[in-house]
Design a protein around this ligand. Structure first.
Ligand SMILES: [Zn+2]
Length: 254
């Protein structure tokens, strides 16, 4: 019992430290994103709604079960559904980070295929990022669509929104987010001075082999949406703004 308590205290401190790093590194605005770790049993520790990620304190975090019911005090983010979808679908997932990495999201919005980022190191970090179809934030579609992607992919882009990275622990989930955004920055820099080409397919296969990983197989959602142009533009600005305003409600952001 005492060991479990200490473990939860450490998890609370780790989430606060990682959240602060995400904010300081500009991987989201202060109120953006959310983090969680799986505690024992069916419990999950997560960040509260409308919280400044640079100022979180361990006691601010919220414990929920896998159905999203709060155990104790606090109000989790409406984006908790992403986290629960990952935990329900993957017993190996111990931590989930949802962030708004600006370079990766900018490339996605411009229609650049993120799975073809030109840095070989990414494959060692987690493979290739997948881009899910657009879903309106805070709706049940988010959990349904992202759940299918997270069963196969460790890093998933949400069009016009952000990223979700998962891992066996918080550090791994953060390393994957960091690798994604760093590669996106390099790709954007390369595009500002020239026309970078993707890694050839046979070298991608080689990299997977050397990294001891396997690309996702048949039956998994593809890395890129079937119609990339649609993913880049789907969801009119008006519909997106209306959905966000509705979610904000009178109490503030989700
Ligand atoms: Zn978000």
């Amino acid at each position: 019992m005492r060991r479990q308590r200490i473990s939860e205290e450490r998890q609370r401190e780790a989430i606060c430290a990682t959240a602060r790093t995400i904010w300081e590194r500009g991987l989201g605005a202060a109120g953006d994103g959310n983090l969680s770790v799986r505690l024992g049993g069916d419990l999950v520790l997560t960040t509260p709604s409308a919280s400044h990620k640079g100022k979180l304190q361990p006691q601010d975090l919220v414990v929920v079960d896998l159905d999203g019911r709060v155990r104790g005090a606090g109000r989790p983010s409406s984006e908790l559904v992403l986290h629960l979808a990952a935990y329900r679908g993957r017993p190996d997932v111990g931590a989930v980070i949802h962030a708004h990495p600006p370079h990766a999201v900018a490339l996605q919005m411009a229609g650049v295929p993120l799975s073809e980022l030109y840095v070989s190191e990414l494959i060692f970090a987690f493979g290739q990022p997948a881009t899910a179809p657009y879903t309106t934030p805070t709706t049940t579609d988010v959990g349904r669509v992202l759940g299918a992607y997270l069963r196969c992919h460790d890093v998933v882009l949400m069009p016009r929104h952000g990223s979700v990275s998962v891992g066996p622990d918080l550090d791994t989930a953060f390393l994957r987010l960091d690798a994604l955004e760093h590669s996106a920055r390099i790709a954007l820099l390369a595009r500002s001075v020239g026309q970078p080409t993707p890694i050839p397919q046979d070298e991608i296969r080689n990299l997977y082999q050397v990294a001891g990983k396997t690309p996702v197989g048949a039956g998994c959602p593809p890395y890129e949406p079937e119609d990339r142009a649609t993913a880049a533009t789907e969801g009119s600005d008006e519909a997106l703004i209306a959905a966000v305003l509705q979610a904000l409600g009178p109490r503030g952001r989700p």
